[in-house]
Design a protein around this ligand. Structure first.
Ligand code: FBP
Length: 550
């Protein structure tokens, strides 16, 4: 074990909080049969064994030991997709949860994501190993990966190792795509009567795995607080030197939840929200003009500085580019396209696009065009984190301001700095919220296993209340599904939650952005605090506070 920091040493002794209902014996209360959010008949036909199950809520049974001493069983766990602060605490919650039922229960971690299950790469997570990772960031205890679990052959290889290790339930900790896979696997094992339960856990810094049942995905709280600290620092630098415009791209994939939350925390001069750009059908030129006008208006007051927040998925939401990506996905999905050599692919794509999309494609800078045309992750997503939107926009704004200067519409100076905050926040030590939330999600998963559930997502609600008041339970994953086009075919997937333009967080932002644009209203949130007054250490995100009226 390598040397640990003094912070890590002190933080290791933090005991995450659990909802009252999970602190002793539990009683499972089941609701009515459920339906999927869309395409009900199709989803029902695809998931005959796991469709329609009720939402379950755990209540305290009033007996502190009646869940204890169950027959021994083993559990497997997989970390899937991008890192999110708190993953280790989900695992420690599962670990403590199953040990509380029977100290002989064992937890196995499959290594480097879903691929570890298929390739039979695993390790037992012992109490010594677990102790070194409690309340730490990262997924390094077992590693993560993006292998897509969708083939029967993968499921069959999985069952071999699950049986060999005596594993009764598998917990998949992942985002919308990984939980979709968890649902498919649960259905397959149920259909085959293999006797292995599959439980999902809502992870992603992006915040887009949320709906009527899931208030927030874990990691969003810590990641946005980490980015907001950095943005606040930049704003202070910006307001001190008064000579730069900072263009800051923020991770978050398609959804703008991270950018919006950071804007609510730091009050920048500009924050673009992809969902609004799509709804208002803004072109790239209109976005550039919007920023350039704010730069010019501030310059008139003598303020040649500012901050611009850009969600990383912005480019996908500009309507012309969205249409282009949709056609590219279809063009790239054919067997013929897959057989084309990589160096010839751009030319191949260009020839197969419709005239309108070919024109959009040709208008993009070469690196952006090739990023859109060539690289997809295993789930078919454009790898937006690799597209330098912050540079693209600032170059275009600079060019527009030069024209405006000639027209007598801009009298100031424009000098830009660029930043991309993504990986900086994904493995930060979990905030108190994420430490407690994740531990509760993991512990709760052990109770879903105990009560024989499969195809359920571990869910903790009422999260703006103190942790003891949180509501624990499970939601059938099929309930969150609909059909969407992926790689040219309609597939069952969990519906991604984008920023709602009618939602309270966006509305609050929209009411204030003009003031924040022209005046300098920066807020400097500072670092995540672990010790000190509760209003500082346990503060919730602005998104949740506004959504839940706290
Ligand atoms: P998940 O959807 O798997 O949680 O990933 C989150 C994320 O951090 C996105 O915000 C980002 O676009 C992507 O991962 C980057 O992927 P990679 O880690 O493969 O570079």
């Amino acid at each position: 074990m390598s040397e640990i920091s003094l912070f890590q040493e002190a933080r290791a002794s933090y005991q995450p909080k659990l909802p009252k209902s999970l602190q002793g014996g539990i009683k499972a209360v089941e609701g009515n049969p459920t339906e999927s959010v869309g395409d009900r008949e199709e989803i029902k036909a695809l998931f005959p064994n796991t469709y329609g199950m009720p939402v379950v809520t755990f209540e305290a049974s009033g007996c502190c030991g009646c869940n204890a001493k169950s027959e021994p069983f083993n559990v497997g766990v997989i970390l899937s997709g991008g890192q999110a602060p708190g993953g280790h605490n989900v695992i420690s919650g599962i670990f403590d949860g199953i040990k509380s039922l029977n100290p002989e229960n064992k937890l196995y971690g499959f290594l480097m994501g879903p691929g570890g299950l298929v390739d039979h790469k695993y390790m037992e997570i012992t109490s010594e190993i677990m102790a070194a990772y409690r309340n730490t960031g990262g997924f390094d205890i077992i590693g993560s990966g993006r292998t897509k679990l969708e083939e029967t052959e993968q499921f069959e290889k999985g069952i071999v190792i699950l049986r060999e290790l005596g594993i009764k339930a598998l917990v998949i900790i992942g985002g919308d795509d990984s939980n979709t896979n968890a649902c498919v696997l649960a259905e397959y094992y149920a259909a085959k009567n293999y006797g292995v339960q599959v439980i999902g856990c809502p992870k992603t810094i992006d915040g887009d795995l949320k709906n009527a049942q899931i208030e927030t995905s874990f990691g969003f709280d810590t990641a946005t607080k980490t980015y907001s600290e950095l943005i606040g620092n930049i704003e202070r630098d910006c307001n001190s030197a008064r000579k730069y415009w900072h263009f800051i791209k923020l991770m978050g994939r398609s959804a703008s939840h991270i950018a919006l939350e950071c804007a609510l925390q730091t009050r920048p001069n500009v924050c673009l929200v992809s969902e609004e750009i799509e709804a208002k059908e803004k072109s790239l030129d209109e976005i550039v003009q919007y920023i350039a006008d704010i730069v010019a208006a501030r310059a008139e007051r003598g303020d040649n500085f500012g901050t611009v927040l850009i969600p990383e998925g912005l480019i996908e939401f500009v309507p012309a580019i969205k249409k282009l990506i949709a056609e590219l996905n279809d063009v790239l999905a054919t067997d013929e396209a897959k057989s084309v050599a990589r160096e010839d692919q751009i030319e191949y794509v260009r020839k197969h696009l419709s005239a309108a999309n070919a024109a959009t494609f040709s208008s993009l800078p070469a690196d952006v065009a090739s990023q859109l045309a060539l690289d997809r992750d295993p789930h078919g997503n454009v790898q937006v984190s690799l597209i330098e939107t912050e540079k693209l926009l600032s170059d275009m704004v600079g060019a527009r301001l030069s024209e405006m200067k000639k027209e007598g519409k801009f009298c100031g100076k424009f000098s830009a700095q660029h930043h991309f905050f993504g990986y900086e926040g994904r493995c930060a030590a979990p905030s108190n919220f994420d430490a407690d939330y994740c531990y509760s999600l993991g512990y709760n998963a052990s109770r879903l296993i105990l009560t024989g559930k499969t195809g359920y997502m571990s869910v903790i609600r009422n999260t703006t209340a103190p942790a003891s008041e949180w509501i624990a339970g499970g939601v059938p994953i099929t309930m969150m599904m609909n059909l969407e086009k992926r790689a040219g075919k309609m597939k069952p997937v969990i519906r991604k939650a984008l920023v709602e333009l009618e939602g309270k967080p966006f509305r609050f932002f929209a009411e204030h952005r003009e003031d924040w644009a022209l005046n300098t209203r920066y807020v400097y949130p500072g670092a995540i605090q672990y010790w000190g007054p509760s209003q500082v250490c346990d503060r919730t995100t602005c998104t949740l506070a506004l959504e839940q009226g706290r």
